[in-house]
Design a protein around this ligand. Structure first.
Ligand code: NAD
Ligand code: UFG
Length: 331
């Protein structure tokens, strides 16, 4: 298939491009480089030996997207493009609502018009809000506590309604848990601009000495060691989940959790990182981060049964691969 990957220059997108090419698909990337550069795509070419046509395009721009569809026979879209910083979304809600929902509408409209009937969307576990754990796909969604989360709830709704009205349109809503790690080559990985907001890139930068110490946000949660529990998933497993969804997608709306089904606390992650990489992570316990919830992880059975996909890589692999990339990358 010829797949248009929006946001393909970013963290999850670049890994997915790699596995799409390895699976024999052709890939085109549309990215406005607002949170990336073309470097990861160059590296994907280096690893796979395949070329990736690149369009420096904002996918909220209807004419620019139309132009890509006119020039290429596209079979499906994987839509990663979007803003993703929870804190920033509270400060700039209109930027988030505009970018994340308009991009979804523009790409879905182009797909329907040009009969590119497979649409895979990057959603998030954030749509479950504070449901009971483990989160499963049939749960009623809760309004998110921040504009970023709301853009995912709204985009899911937009795509669901579009699929209802267009019986040939197939949509996969993939709800990611906490993607971490990097490709085993050490060539591609997560390279956030500025100070990272997420735990794993913060840890790797502390390990490298770029940041003095980690702040652990709260150790008084109702969890085994009091620190927050999440379902960390290796980005390569996550990328492979997209390949599985793309090939098994059925008409209508298909919703899948992409997680491991296992919870890991902040302290467990620090300890594993230290052990497998033989480095020390200085940390201090500070107050809870506003908006955080204590614990969540996936019920991952639906993807296993219907997509024949499970996350295979361990927490140790995630820590090893994240550190290998960080050591190799940049200053
Ligand atoms: P990323 O920022 O590395 O990648 C997103 C890419 O989209 C970037 O290359 C950026 O330049 C591009 N982009 C943004 N707006 C655009 C626009 N209007 N037009 C064209 N390109 C645009 O982020 P990521 O971690 O790879 O996340 C990819 C997707 O997965 C996002 O939609 C994100 O919300 C979702 N997601 C991420 C996580 C996570 O923890 N990383 C968790 C759940 C869901
Ligand atoms: N944490 C720290 N110190 C830090 C950063 C994080 O202790 O410097 C803790 C958090 O309190 C939380 C855990 O580490 O308990 C994970 O935090 P992250 O910021 O890495 O991830 P979140 O679970 O808060 O959110 C991430 C994405 C969201 C997405 C969600 C589910 O940022 O966009 O995963 O996919 F919705």
């Amino acid at each position: 298939m010829m797949i248009l990957v929006s946001g393909g220059a970013g963290y999850i997108g670049s890994h997915t491009c790699l596995y799409l090419l390895e699976a024999g698909h052709s890939v085109i990337v549309a990215d406005n480089l607002s949170n990336s550069s073309t470097e990861m795509l160059e590296r994907v070419k280096e690893i796979t030996g395949s070329d990736i046509p690149f369009f420096n395009v904002d996918v909220t721009d209807k004419d620019a997207v139309e132009d890509i569809f006119n020039k290429n026979q596209i079979d499906g879209v994987i839509h990663f493009a979007g803003f993703k910083a929870v804190g920033e979304s509270v400060l700039k809600p209109l930027d988030y609502y505009y970018n994340n929902t308009v991009s979804t509408m523009v790409l879905a409209q182009a797909c329907i018009k040009h009969k590119a009937e497979r649409f895979v969307f990057s959603s998030s576990a954030t749509v479950y809000g504070e449901n009971k754990i483990p989160f499963s796909e049939d749960m009623k969604l809760m309004p998110a506590t921040n504009p970023y989360g709301q853009t995912k709830v709204i985009s899911e709704q937009i795509l669901t309604d579009a699929a209802k009205a267009n019986p040939d349109f197939s949509v996969a809503l993939l709800r990611y848990f906490n993607p971490v790690g990097a490709h085993e080559s050490g060539l591609i990985g997560e390279a956030p601009n500025g100070i990272p907001g997420n735990l794993m890139p913060y840890i790797t930068q502390v390990a490298k000495g770029r940041l003095p110490k980690l702040r652990v946000f709260g150790n008084d949660y109702n969890t085994p060691d009091g620190t927050g529990v999440r379902d960390y998933i290796h980005v390569c497993d996550l990328a492979l989940g997209h390949i599985a969804a793309l090939s098994s997608i059925k008409k209508g709306v298909n919703v899948y959790n992409l997680g491991t089904g296992r919870g890991t606390s902040v302290m467990q992650l620090i300890k594993t990182f230290e052990e497998v990489n033989n480095v020390r992570i200085p940390y201090e316990i500070v107050g809870r981060r506003p908006g955080d919830i204590a614990e969540f992880y996936a019920d991952a059975r639906k993807a296993e049964i219907e997509l024949k996909w499970t996350a295979k890589r361990s927490l140790a692999d995630m820590c090893r691969d994240a550190w290998r990339f960080e050591k190799n990358y940049g200053a």
